[in-house]
Design a protein around this ligand. Structure first.
Ligand SMILES: [Zn+2]
Length: 232
């Protein structure tokens, strides 16, 4: 999936998407301690920012002294809008459990409880950061939760994955607790529902009126003095 395909897929899912200048080539491909490349993509990872809205786009875009940006691909705001800051290997997943990666690739319904982990997840996951304090009290507005579901579904739809390709950061490594405020089991159910609803809609038969229009219509031509000619 190219950057443009990613953007198109998100918009096709009904999301309102903003992009930062240079986002489509802003990444950590070939850099970092492990010098890993981008891909193959195997899944979607959901995070919370542990922050409010203020300054979060710049932080995710540039990173901080301990971790260079981008720190995700898309930020999902409280309003439900998305901001894209990067495309390619981004510093969001970090090290995680190889068994979990295998389970995601297999789209297994159950994933092992993760250990600390030794595998770099950054080449393998699209990362969405949802703006939330992560204290268990900060609410998740319906618009934001719905946008997160749509964003995950958009990527799954491009690759033909089911919702078992979507995990939370806390399912990747024992070192993380995000996202906090909803269960990933519920989130996956909602992603799967969205994936099947859209498919069902696409498979609806065409309205009968189209078949009727295919019949040849008699041509009615009105001429002067009320003369009517009918042909066909
Ligand atoms: Zn995270």
């Amino acid at each position: 999936m190219t950057a443009n395909e990613f953007l198109r897929a998100l918009r096709a899912e009904g999301l309102q998407v903003d992009t930062r200048p240079g986002w489509s080539t802003h990444n950590r491909n070939g850099s970092g301690g492990t010098r890993r490349k981008w891909g193959p993509l195997n899944g979607v990872m959901v995070h919370h920012t542990a922050s409010g809205e203020q300054g979060i786009v710049g932080m995710c875009e540039r990173g901080h002294s301990g971790l260079p940006g981008p720190l995700c691909h898309g930020i999902i705001h409280k309003t439900g809008r998305l901001t894209l800051v990067g495309w390619g290997r981004a510093n969001h997943a970090g090290l995680g459990d190889a068994r979990v990666l295998r389970a995601v690739i297999a789209e297994a319904g159950k994933r092992p409880k993760p250990g600390r982990g030794t595998v770099d997840g950054n080449p393998h996951f699209v990362g969405f950061e949802c703006v939330n304090l992560g204290n268990g009290k900060d609410p998740w507005p319906a618009e934001q939760y719905d946008a997160a579901v749509r964003a995950a579904a958009a990527v799954c739809r491009v690759y033909g994955w089911n919702a078992n390709s979507v995990i939370g950061h806390l399912e990747w490594t024992s070192q993380k607790i995000d996202p906090k405020g909803f269960s990933m089991a519920r989130f996956r159910r909602d992603v799967q529902k969205r994936l099947s609803q859209r498919k069902a809609f696409a498979m609806q038969p065409r309205p009968q009126v189209r078949a009727v229009r295919l019949r040849p219509r008699p041509q009615v031509v009105l001429r002067r003095h009320d003369r009517v000619a009918v042909a066909g």
